[in-house]
Design a protein around this ligand. Sequence first.
Ligand SMILES: [Zn+2]
Length: 307
Amino acid sequence: MKTRTKIELIPASEYKKQQREETGRLFTTTRKILIFHLFGENVKTLNGSPPGSTTSYFLELQSLDYKYKNGKTKTASQKIYQIKGLRGMFRHGATQFCAKVGLDVCHTTEKEADKHGRSFQVDYLHPAGECTSENAIIPRCIISSIFGSRGKEGKLKIYSAPIGDIKHKTANFPIHIQDVKIRVENRHTATVENRIAQDFSEQYFSGNFTIELDVSKLSSAEIGLLLQAREQMKALGRGKNTGYGHLHWLGYNLVSRTQETMDEWNEDSGFFELQTIYQDKVNQDLVNEAKKDWKRYMEEQSVSHLR
Ligand SMILES: [Zn+2]
């Protein structure tokens, strides 16, 4: 069955007007999505080096064929990559923020100390999953609830469309690709008597990109935490200490996204599935509500912490 996707960024009120009769509709899903808009400087979310190589690249997904118009239609291909580490960045940032304001939440590790016996424990944090273990004596914390811990699934899903350094600006891709600049940097780590003893290459990207968080299952306070935790997320990927991977948070939208899948028919291809995506901005009140609920949650928790 062929699938065609059409994205219509129209208000939900219009969508309701356009709703067709039940016949032909296969399914409809509506999700609440928090979309962050960012600019990343020299971000290296590297996937390690293949054996025997000193070059680290991004996680390459594939080469995607596309058509572009240059007088006549031609076909070319584009390498696309996944931005790694986004879930970890949000989890770590939210955990750090909770620790900062004195909330008892899951640490990023289940271990209490490293192999040298040095403690991982930070004030207020419990080992990951302690709040969801069989004989837990503390209630499930907000970090575990959002991100999951020790076999218990979290409620948050994170997605970012693949990135690529798009050569042909008129390229027509079958899926959304985020256009960024991708470069390879050669670095030397050691020189002996003016000769390079060790060198390596790393790939980095710069540009605008978006991260989409499916927050349909999150409570209002949990959404508030994700909005606030951004202040702990200043960089992404490797080389943070040398100023690489700096993030600029440009803004965000909370949207309601409805995806409708229908059976359609035409003379040329017979039956095919048509996916239509409708997107509408969520009322600003919900964002304000999330911020207030998060503040209230913090106050309640710190009160019960003192008791
Ligand atoms: Zn926990």
